[in-house]
Design a binder for this molecule. Sequence first.
Ligand SMILES: Cc1cc2nc3c(=O)[nH]c(=O)nc-3n(C[C@H](O)[C@H](O)[C@H](O)COP(=O)(O)O)c2cc1C
Length: 195
Amino acid sequence: MIDARDVRKPEFPIEPLFVRRWSPRAMSGAPISDAEMLTLFEAARWAPSTYNEQEWRFLYGRRDTPQWQTFFDLLVEGNRAWCDKAAMLVVIASKKTFTQSGKPNPVHLFDCGAAFENLALQGAAMGLVVHGMMGFNFSMAGQSLAIPDDFDVAAMFAVGKPGDPADLPEPIRARENPSDRRPVRQSICEGKFSF
Ligand SMILES: Cc1cc2nc3c(=O)[nH]c(=O)nc-3n(C[C@H](O)[C@H](O)[C@H](O)COP(=O)(O)O)c2cc1C
């Protein structure tokens, strides 16, 4: 797998793991162990959340199990083209309401995003591919995975062992490079919105 630290140069000093994490598509089709899988979810577990709600629920389907096809069928064609070599596909369901009051929680998806990033960083540290996805059928995910009404389907992601980019179909192969970011000062402003 390409080491993103070789190509990504932070403007200001940060922990190297932040630039090491990226979203490759080349995976080998090899499985991940139970221990690796649980370590990933353990990292997500420690994300911050409003009132410690821990709104995230992870539903997974591993390759070569009866669950796999249910998860794979949710994906759009463009994601199927590379996810066929994933070890695991995951749907994140997000609890929309506060446990105590039952009132709407305006930051439930924000908290799920934090949990995903924890998991993605852990995956990067372990040399695994973790790749977020919105290219799937959200309503079908809700139905086929029996997700209750007080949960939103937040996103999906693929996890796998790195593979050879040369095995990817074009044009996906050409995109197999760590991306850059706009300069940090273009994402911040002191005071009122002035972008
Ligand atoms: C919530 C979310 C949804 C995404 N959806 C897709 C997707 O459907 N297909 C895909 O190939 N990449 C998808 N991506 C990957 C992004 O394109 C990628 O994270 C972004 O370009 C930044 O690149 P990096 O993750 O390599 O730093 C998604 C990422 C996130 C976080």
